[in-house]
Design a protein around this ligand. Structure first.
Ligand code: DI6
Ligand code: FE
Length: 410
């Protein structure tokens, strides 16, 4: 038996890997880390007698819970400015639509984002990302979509990549050029789509700036034919796709995403049975975004019971953005998924671990505690994993480990 760089003892392990125990739990467990990966996991009593002598360092967790590091698989966390002014206006009667119609809303964030360079966007996003890190997030997806010009979209994606180099967190990026129609293209949506497909996307793909391609399919954004064209272009460049689907109306977005073998379809409040079935067949993950539902005062909830029945994996994300989901806490989104959408506490934790890793196409690398996977963990001062969804806020994190490196030691 090879040695461990670190051996965790007296741990309660929520492996989130398939087993009959809730949370795939191993009580009084042990977990060994070698070269940034999990090299041993099981009940402490099954550990070979000399194991702790073979470990460079032994950590006694005193019965704390250790879970996979949390994964926020859908955010727009890189942007300029904020829209607290619009929030205040909405509180005194203005509607989201009214504000958007007179050039506020997404366009206001586009203007503020275009003013910043890569460094400026990095600095604007840094405290928000640090907040997620402090609550146990180890992997974060970040979308572009507030630049809407080649140079500004590239700037956003470079800032996102830089966050992954400058801070202890894994970053996955999605190119969301098809988020909104920029003012310069008013009335010329086709021309903007052509520009995305012919210029933006090939450049971004060539520079390796996007891990996936996303789009907003909605009657206020882009239609099915436009999204189809974009997805065909993405596929021909070898990039996986995902989709903002059926958020405000049933546009058959879930079925379209599934047709392209999308990693995920996201929002899904208006998805019907046919859409759910196509997702099940394609293995497309349902990413639920209760922060946007809450902020926009949604009336229709995503079809959670159908997802369960058809075996569609449900992930949960913050959708962190300055407009429809000013949510800077993934644990708050977990609570909302339980409270507003009726997920169980176990589904909630699966939604930010195993199923979130699948939504990013990283299921073989992250998301569960299993031998061979990356040693990304969160260690919690809790007695029951349900506490992670139960408390609103609060500092529950004892330590966070990324690729075997503990925050407490850095
Ligand atoms: N769906 C949303 O709810 C947000 N984007 C999207 O595709 C809105 C983003 C914003 O208001 O800034
Ligand atoms: Fe979104």
């Amino acid at each position: 038996m090879a040695g461990f760089d670190r051996l965790y003892l007296n741990a309660n392990l929520a492996t989130m890997a398939g087993s009959d125990a809730p949370y795939g739990a191993i009580k009084d467990g042990a977990l060994g880390v070698t070269d940034g990966r999990i090299s041993w996991i099981g009940p402490a009593e099954a550990l070979p007698g000399i194991a702790d002598e073979l470990a460079t360092e032994v950590m006694n967790l005193n019965n704390r819970w250790l879970t996979p590091g949390l994964i926020d698989c859908h955010t727009h966390i890189v942007f300029g400015g904020n829209r607290a002014d619009e929030f205040a206006e909405r509180l005194t009667g203005a509607s989201y639509e009214e504000i958007a119609r007179r050039g506020g809303g997404i366009m206001s964030t586009v203007r503020q984002t275009r003013k910043l360079d890569e460094e400026g966007l990095f600095e604007a996003a840094r405290p928000r990302v640090e907040g997620l890190i402090a609550e146990g997030v180890t992997t974060l997806e970040i979308k572009s979509g507030y630049g809407l010009t080649s140079s500004s979209e590239i700037c956003m994606l470079k800032a996102a990549r830089r966050l992954g180099r400058g801070l202890p967190i894994r970053i996955e990026t999605s190119f969301l050029g098809a988020h909104a129609l920029p003012e310069e293209y008013e009335g010329r949506a086709e021309a903007y789509l052509d520009h995305i497909i012919e210029t933006m996307l090939p450049t971004i793909a060539q520079e390796g700036l996007a891990d996936a391609v996303d789009a907003f399919l909605e009657n206020i954004a882009f239609d099915a034919d436009q999204v189809r064209g974009l997805f065909e272009a993405a596929k021909s460049l070898g990039l996986p796709v995902k989709l903002h689907a059926d958020q405000l109306s049933n546009m058959q977005g879930a079925a379209l995403a599934a047709e392209f073998g999308a990693l995920s379809a996201d929002h899904l409040e208006y998805t019907d049975r046919k859409g759910v079935r196509s997702m099940a067949r394609a293995g497309t993950v349902a990413v639920l975004l209760p922060g946007a539902f809450y902020t926009l005062g949604g009336k229709q909830k995503p079809p959670v019971e159908l997802f369960r029945k058809e075996g569609v994996a449900m992930a949960i994300a913050s959708d962190s953005n300055p407009g429809s989901s000013p949510v800077l806490s993934l644990r708050l989104a977990m609570n909302m998924a339980c409270q507003l959408f009726g997920l169980t506490a176990e589904e909630s934790l699966l939604g930010v671990t195993r199923h979130a890793s699948a939504a990013l196409g990283l299921g073989s690398e992250l998301g569960t505690l299993e031998v061979g996977k990356a040693a990304d963990f969160a260690i919690w001062n809790i007695r029951d994993p349900a506490e992670l969804s139960y408390w609103l806020g609060g500092n529950l994190l004892h330590d966070r480990v990324l690729a075997g490196l503990s925050d407490r030691r850095n």
